[in-house]
Design a protein around this ligand. Structure first.
Ligand SMILES: Cc1cc2nc3c(=O)[nH]c(=O)nc-3n(C[C@H](O)[C@H](O)[C@H](O)COP(=O)(O)O)c2cc1C
Length: 257
């Protein structure tokens, strides 16, 4: 089990870590911080707040990188970029560079998770992408295993299920899974913004998630951790389309009680 290790020589007794711990796992004893409670969510706030660098977590590597506050991002530019984001369904065949893939995954790794559970898994389809898409195409062409919602929607849009209906020829497909839905969804949103900032486009394939729900074969192919379900499937690549204006949206529904 992870331990919070406090270097007594470095600790100057400022109590910042004690005051900031969300679960009161630390307290002051004889002018030094002490880790007293084993029920710790391993959020790392104590390490992050210590001005002396006196705290580390036994099961986690130390992050030596300097903190960069989000305030470095200009909020006006950020909002304009968020409003300009579009789902991308047409991609070039240009592969996504390893470095960019790493940055996307790192953005997902640092998304918040309830209770700091960090139970989100990221599966790059890689060498199994074509096989996975073929399974999905088969399910959709067949149709009878689909849930009522997707089946009705497909009928309504009356679309042809081409061989690349799911991944649109994109070079990178990432299934994000977890035991719950909220944490993988949050991670996906972080990753989408990172991907966009790298000049990439993203399509969330809810259709793929539906196939993963239905098909045990597909779940086996994905080698999901036990108890996980696919919450999002992110289809990623360089866009071969350019959108020139921000789309209309319904009026904001928000209220203050
Ligand atoms: C959870 C989720 C699942 C989606 N699944 C699909 C899908 O399977 N196929 C598809 O073409 N678009 C899919 N989309 C894209 C939506 O259709 C798209 O977000 C919506 O039309 C609004 O367009 P915009 O993202 O460009 O603003 C999905 C979007 C989300 C958020």
């Amino acid at each position: 089990m992870n331990q919070i290790i406090i270097n007594e020589e470095k600790c100057v007794g400022c109590s910042l870590c004690v005051d900031d711990c969300p679960n009161s796992c630390l307290r002051m004893e004889k002018g030094k911080a002490k880790f007293t409670k084993p029920v710790c969510i391993e959020c790392g706030h104590c390490c992050a707040i210590c001005p002396q660098g006196a705290i580390r977590m036994s099961e986690y590597p130390c992050e030596e990188e300097p903190v960069v506050p989000m305030t470095v991002l200009d909020s006006h530019t950020l909002l304009s970029a968020l409003r300009s984001r579009r789902t991308i369904r047409r991609f070039t065949s240009q592969p996504v560079e390893e470095e960019k893939v790493r940055k996307i995954l790192e953005a997902g790794r640092y998304s918040p998770t309830g209770g700091n559970f960090q139970g989100v898994s990221f599966t790059i389809l890689g060498s199994r992408q074509a096989e996975a898409e073929a399974i999905c195409v088969d399910i959709f062409r067949n149709g009878d295993k689909l849930g009522a919602g997707p089946a009705a929607f497909l009928k309504q849009i009356d679309v042809r299920i081409t061989d690349n209906f799911f991944f649109k020829g994109a070079p990178l497909v990432l299934a994000v899974s977890g035991a719950d839905e909220v944490n993988p969804a949050l991670a996906s949103s972080y990753m989408e913004i990172m991907a966009e900032s790298l000049g990439l486009g993203v399509l969330y394939s809810g259709f793929f998630c539906e196939c993963a729900r239905i098909s045990e074969g597909l779940r086996e192919l994905l080698e999901l951790p036990r108890g996980h379900k696919v919450v999002t499937c992110m289809v990623i690549g360089y866009p071969s389309v350019k959108y020139r204006r921000i789309v209309p949206r319904k009026a904001l529904k928000a209220k203050t009680l």
